[in-house]
Design a protein around this ligand. Structure first.
Ligand SMILES: *[C@@H]1O[C@H](CO)[C@@H](O)[C@H](O)[C@H]1NC(C)=O
Length: 619
């Protein structure tokens, strides 16, 4: 195999398990790994030193072989990634091959050097690449630029991305755009997202070795008929206090009715000692199982041995590829998808039902899902926000605006998002609203200097806004985040991929949110809201009876922003209603959510087949 190709594969190997998809901090956490995995092996270290000597002789082949060995000894050896980078840089100097630029870009991307990574991907695209590598470069370029809001070539990059995705779908190849990215990037339609997911599902199914034996499952419904009980399992790669899932679900499982439900939890994560996960473990009265080590087959054996009636998967493609492979082994008579991958799996053998509600999957969008639907009566979105210590604090605990570097007075628009959720059209509508409302400010989480520079440049050059109208802040620990969020006047939802966790954060502390939900196709170049993640925010607002804050076009979205900032009486009535409803609405009523969920699960158990939808009606 040519060196350049194997290098690229190795980079894949290093980075493949890194979700391209998760909040940047958890990606970083995963590359570093927990402490007991990164204990340095002297072996790996001496191999790295030897590689560096070979590199001094311009022998990149030998250096690479040594590093590959070091990688197999200890994938987290200190200096390993840096040494790979040196090999790639030397090769670029010696041979100037596009494939090496792609490899280097991938490493830089993992290190979150987005600007530098983008330069390499662009250089790779300008050179000679085969089709899969070209697609990988185009999608990586898009990702790198999105992370720093570098939108100079946004529409050109989008078109290139769409074109490469379409060509790999047409040739039945695995797209290098991850299913999660397909949900994020506005240029990819709900249909394309489904087809991308389907390819990842097919890959998982292809990994199953049917000749290997698995424990038998009881026929569907027998346990319920014989004992009146239901054995339910939850599987995820995100049972950690560092991921929103652990935070959102921490108080959900304990509300299961133990008279009927035996709760099993399967964690694909390494040991996590957070308070969130401690609560979840305690609620797993059937059993808590860590199934991370070993193959998908090994995990499937463990899960099958528990003879579940229902498995609920909370991550699918957002986990490592192992997670979808476990599902492909069919570990329960019914497999349901909920929360972590809010979209169709595209793969009927993996998932039977998807949990949704009337807003997130209305009838006309059902055609894009391969699953049957389990419709919840209010929001499908499970959360534990009501139980947060910070959500019922009184005003004395709110930090001052001054302490947060915010102006004493003025209307504060809040866009606390991952940078790549912001799209250029939405950002410009925020700026137009800023322009229309004197002494208003936009409060954003920084993703580094490049991002700040890019956004400030648009604000100044296109809108003539003073730089002080944009206020950047760092990410802070969760409780501090919830406290300072109360300083905001209005939270701005991102239309392409809504603020799910942070949307709940904002609403539960009493800060209203404006969201977009189109009732007609988007005009050319604007974001559609057909994919499930772009409908979740509107679902929250409907559940809270705040329909006035759901805009049906970008013009209206901007007008709602301006109205909140200028019509004080109206704004006051909105915040009053939110402050009442957040205590009573089903959105934050975890116990009520679980009750309805169990009604749905009973209905699932009564079915002989899973080809029709379930609508949970609340009594
Ligand atoms: C390695 O290659 C560079 C050219 O890129 C050259 O300047 C240098 O002398 C070479 N080193 C050795 C040890 O051959």
């Amino acid at each position: 195999m040519p060196l350049a190709i194997s290098l690229c594969l190795l980079v894949d190997n290093i980075t493949a398990f890194l979700p391209t998809c998760l909040p940047l901090t958890s990606a970083r956490m995963r590359i570093d790994g927990p402490l007991h995995f990164s204990t340095s092996s002297p072996d790996a270290e001496s191999l790295i030193a030897a590689a560096q000597r070979s590199l001094g002789q311009n022998d990149t082949e030998a250096a690479f072989a040594l590093l590959a060995q070091a990688h197999s000894k200890n994938a987290n050896a200190p200096g390993l990634l840096r040494a790979f980078e040196d090999v790639l840089r030397t090769r670029i100097r010696l041979y100037d091959l596009a494939i090496d630029r792609l490899g280097l870009g991938s490493l830089l991307l993992e290190r979150e050097s987005f600007g530098e990574a983008a330069v390499e991907f662009q250089a790779a695209l300008n050179g000679k690449l085969d089709d899969p590598s070209r697609e990988r470069a185009a999608s990586s370029l898009f990702r790198a630029r999105a992370a720093i809001c570098d939108w100079k070539d946004y529409y050109k990059d989008s078109a290139a991305l769409v074109q490469t995705v379409r060509s790999s779908l047409a040739s039945n190849q695995l797209p290098s755009v991850h299913p999660y990215e397909a949900l994020m990037w506005p240029c990819l339609s709900i249909q394309e997202a489904g087809r991308i997911a389907a390819q990842y599902g097919a890959r998982a199914i292809a990994c199953v070795d049917k000749s290997l034996p698995l424990p038998q499952l009881s026929p569907r419904g027998t346990r319920l008929r014989n004992t009146g009980r239901i054995r339910i399992g939850y599987l995820s790669n995100d049972f950690t206090g560092k991921h929103p899932l652990g935070y959102l679900m921490q108080d959900v499982f304990r509300f299961h009715d133990s008279e009927t439900f035996d709760v099993y939890i399967y964690s694909l994560m390494e040991y996590d000692d957070s308070a969130e996960i401690a609560k979840i473990r305690q609620a797993a009265i059937g059993g808590w199982r860590e199934t991370r080590t070993g193959s998908a087959y090994d995990a499937a054996k463990i899960i099958r041995a528990d003879d579940l009636d229902i498995l609920v998967d909370l991550t699918i493609y957002n986990g490592p590829s192992l997670e979808a492979e476990v599902l492909a082994h069919r570990v329960a008579p019914v497999q349901i998808s909920h929360m972590g991958f809010p979209a169709s799996s595209g793969s009927p053998p993996l998932i039977d039902y998807i949990v949704c509600d009337d807003v997130t999957v209305p009838p006309w969008l059902q055609q894009f899902y391969s699953e049957s639907f389990l419709y919840m009566p209010h929001s499908f979105f499970a959360n534990s926000h009501r139980h947060l210590p910070t959500s019922n604090e009184n005003k004395e605990n709110i930090p001052s605006r001054e302490a947060n570097g915010l102006p004493e007075n003025g209307f504060l628009f809040c866009g606390h998002h991952r940078s790549d959720k912001i799209d250029p059209g939405t950002f410009r509508s925020w700026l137009r609203a800023l322009k229309r409302v004197p002494s208003s400010y936009l409060w954003i989480i920084t993703a580094g200097e490049e991002m700040e520079y890019n956004l400030l440049t648009i604000a100044q050059q296109e809108f003539g806004l003073e730089p002080n109208r944009l206020i950047f802040c760092d990410k802070v620990p969760r409780n501090d985040h919830l406290r300072r969020l109360r300083l905001a006047s209005l939270f701005l939802d991102t239309p392409a991929y809504n603020a799910h966790t942070t949307g709940c954060d904002s609403l539960v502390v009493g800060v209203p949110m404006v969201s977009l939900l189109r009732t007609a196709p988007a005009p050319e170049g604007e974001v559609e809201t057909e994919k499930m993640p772009s409908r979740v925010g509107a679902g929250f607002l409907k559940t809270l009876c705040l329909d006035e804050l759901i805009a049906s076009s970008m013009v209206e979205y901007e007008d709602v922003m301006v109205k909140c900032a200028t019509d004080h009486e109206w704004y006051h009535s909105i915040t009053e209603r939110l402050n009442q409803n957040r205590h009573t609405s089903p959105l934050f009523d975890t116990q009520r959510w679980v009750r309805n969920w169990e009604v749905g699960l009973f209905e699932v158990m009564k079915r002989r087949a899973h080809t029709t939808d379930i609508h949970v009606i609340e009594w």
